[in-house]
Design a protein around this ligand. Structure first.
Ligand code: CU
Ligand code: ZN
Length: 140
C-alpha cells in the first residue's frame, strides 16, 4: 500500500561517494529517513529482511552531520508540497565495492518518519520504500 517510488544513485569519484535521489509518494512537507541497511533482500513486503542499519564499524547511530555514525546513515529526504524529494549527499565513509564499507548488494530503505539522530536507529518508523543497491547499466 505504500506509494513511495523513485531511485537513489551512488557515484564514486576519488574516494567520495556522491548520492543523488529522486523520490515521490512521500508525505507532503515531511522529512523521511533514508538509510543503507545490511542486506539487499527485497523479499519481505515490510522491508524487514533488509536487517538493521549498515554498520560494519560498530558505531552509534547518527545524522550525516555527526562524526560517529553508521556507514548507512544517509540522513533525511525533504518532501515538497507534492510529496517529492530530491536528495544530494557526499560521503567519504563508504565505497561502492570496497575496500571501505562497500555498499553494492545491500539495501536502501526509506522510512515513514524522519530520522532524529536518536539511538539506536533514529526513531524513523516503518519502512515504506525499499531497493537493492546494484550496478547500473551506464548506457541507459
Ligand atoms: Cu533505515
Ligand atoms: Zn543508523
Amino acid at each position: 500500500g505504500n506509494k513511495c517510488a523513485g531511485f537513489v544513485r551512488f557515484t564514486e569519484v576519488a574516494g567520495t561517494v556522491y548520492v543523488y535521489a529522486e523520490v515521490t509518494g512521500l508525505n507532503p512537507g515531511q522529512q523521511h529517513a533514508m538509510h543503507i541497511h545490511e542486506f539487499g533482500d527485497a523479499t519481505s513486503t515490510d522491508g524487514t529482511k533488509a536487517g538493521g542499519h549498515y554498520n560494519p564499524e560498530e558505531k552509534p547511530h547518527g545524522l550525516p552531520s555527526a562524526e560517529a555514525r553508521h556507514a548507512g546513515d544517509l540522513g533525511n529526504l525533504q518532501a515538497n508540497a507534492e510529496g517529492k524529494a530530491v536528495y544530494r549527499g557526499e560521503f567519504e565513509n563508504i565505497s561502492l565495492a570496497g575496500p571501505k564499507n562497500p555498499i553494492i548488494g545491500r539495501g536502501i530503505i526509506i522510512h515513514a518518519k524522519s530520522d532524529d539522530g536518536g539511538q539506536p536507529v533514529g526513531n524513523a518508523g516503518p519502512r515504506i520504500g525499499f531497493g537493492t543497491i546494484g550496478v547500473a547499466n551506464p548506457k541507459q
